[in-house]
Ligand binder design. Sequence first.
Ligand code: NDP
Length: 450
Amino acid sequence: MALFDYDLFVIGAGSGGVRAARIAASHGARVAVAEEYRVGGTCVIRGCVPKKLLVYASHYGEDFDDAAGYGWRLPADARPTLDWVSLRDNVQAEVSRLNGLYMQTLGNAGVEIIPSRAVLVDEHTLQLDGRRVTARHILIAVGARPSLPDIPGAELGITSNEAFHLETLPRRVIVSGGGYIATEFAGIFHGLGAETVQLYRGETILRGWDDELRTRLQAIYQDKGIHVRTGATLARLDRAADGAIIATLTDGSTLAADSVLHAIGRVPNTAGLGLESAGVATDAAGAVLVDADQRTSTGHIYAVGDVTNRVQLTPVAIKEGHAFADTVFGGKPWRADHDTIPSAVFSQPALASVGLTEAEARQKFNDIKVFRSDFRPMKHTVAGRAERSLCKLVVDGATDRVLGAHMLGADAAEIIQAVAIAVKMGATKAQFDATIAVHPTAAEEFVLMR
Ligand code: NDP
């Protein structure tokens, strides 16, 4: 008889947990995954996927305007209007379809899905709804959740979790934060027609991204009509007699809104997980501490993804889960590489990046060359839109190696994904220059900058 009920028990069926479970099972392990909500995790259920669909939806507002330059006419006085409920429900239908596919994939791989919360009782035992199970190895893949500000009335606001389920589209929205989620949702709400304020405590949103591009994006947001309010944040929220939310800011001013979205970072989902009982060490923020092999302080317990609070990105969690499963169950040891990770903010226009920003490169290298292309995309000429794109390459003058590539503009995420291969391979600027352009595209700027 087997010593343990399972070879691997995964807590959390998000991107990292699902990949690890599936790969471990393919290596012959007896695997179960416990999920207290829906299979798919943040990315599929309340993150990347529904967010991107809302980004597409919100773009149509501008697309209708741009179409006029291309000769398209609506009947006199007709204005396109948004049916929020139809959009919301269509997006949720797609989320449900993906949820089903994920469950099917796990089932086909022979993974047992247990719809229950799982809490560690000791280093090999888990408490599920109504029963206990044991496992030789445990993977913690419980992700993170939005953090709320510690202010009076915080509960009057929503987080990105609720934003996908609103009964109605708010007329006036305050989005609090200057990171990925706030910047993406400011673009979404504005594009769908809400009066939108993005409230950020610093001076320029998207700290950590290349300064030139984030400054440009903030200016574009202001031009579009998104009110980017900087140098202040929320001090309190109150409900007015007419149902509006009154936001008092740290500078003493007030704003009225129908909805306030808190997007000020995400915290690891480790509260009440029983980590102490299993001897799993966490940092001050509650993140599970792991080594390069995803191993926690308890040797046979591992963790991947947002719960480790290193790089909160879906593809990173997937790589970590895959590496863990191949290493522990497949006899093929490898590690997720956290160096030179490309990523994108699905703002409008999108901002995408791989490698070092100009400021980071100047700190690390003595001789930095910067190449930039600042252009009005062809599509915007006939449409009559003034918005300009910006592409930038950061190069080490000593070796000619491209250290960073950055783009603000339509399709930036798609373009940077391909450029990231060259940057990851250590390509030189001369090799970029030797590449023939695909004309006319925006991506060709990356091989034409001189
Ligand atoms: P981020 O860490 O990106 O941004 C948090 C923002 O909130 C920052 O602007 C920060 O300001 C501000 N902030 C932090 N604490 C406070 C506070 N107490 N009061 C006021 N403002 C505060 O977090 P997000 O919530 O936007 O996203 C979480 C993570 O999810 C991201 O880091 C990213 O890894 C991932 N994600 C990725 C996406 C993608 O790949 N497209 C999309 C969405 C999320 P400051 O800059 O001053 O610190």
